[in-house]
Design a protein. Sequence first.
Length: 197
Amino acid sequence: MNRKGTLFVITGPSGVGKGTVLQRVIQSMDRLYFSISATTRNPREGEQDGVQYHFLTREQFEQRIRQGRLLEYAEYVGNYYGTPLDPVEEHLGQGEDVLLEIELQGALKVKETRPDAVLVFIAPPSYHALETRLRGRGTEEEAVIQKRMNAARRECAGMEHYQYIVVNEQVEAAADELRAILLSCRCLRTKRGFALE
């Protein structure tokens, strides 16, 4: 049975725990490809180029924009973020589901060009819980935390554009919900390409 993969767009505010939830799902399911985004922001301590992000200069990123080599891109709190196009197409064509972890603006751009994309928003249980998580990182100054909280309020206001909402109050429960979404999409008649003989 030949099936084309599904493009899943995962969004949520900074500090909500998207990466942790996604790692649990990726480790427990097959036929999944996690798309590594490109960014112009500086690496955080312990981050490696090509693992968490492809870290590019602003000039390198803008060259990729001009060449049409990004599925989507956006500027977010002063830095570019974007999705390299070629790996996404390659993995979808091989029948793998592709996970994009991107912000609201990029997600809506993907939905415009790829209406079959499935949008999933990972939400915090409350703004207070989100702010506590951001402060617990100990990696950002107060002004950046406030910028991220303002951005989180704007992003959460955009949840109406998403087909699915996963509230990350407890990581395992959130991972279970996301796995259920992926599995249900794999069972769609249009994705099965299956007929009895």
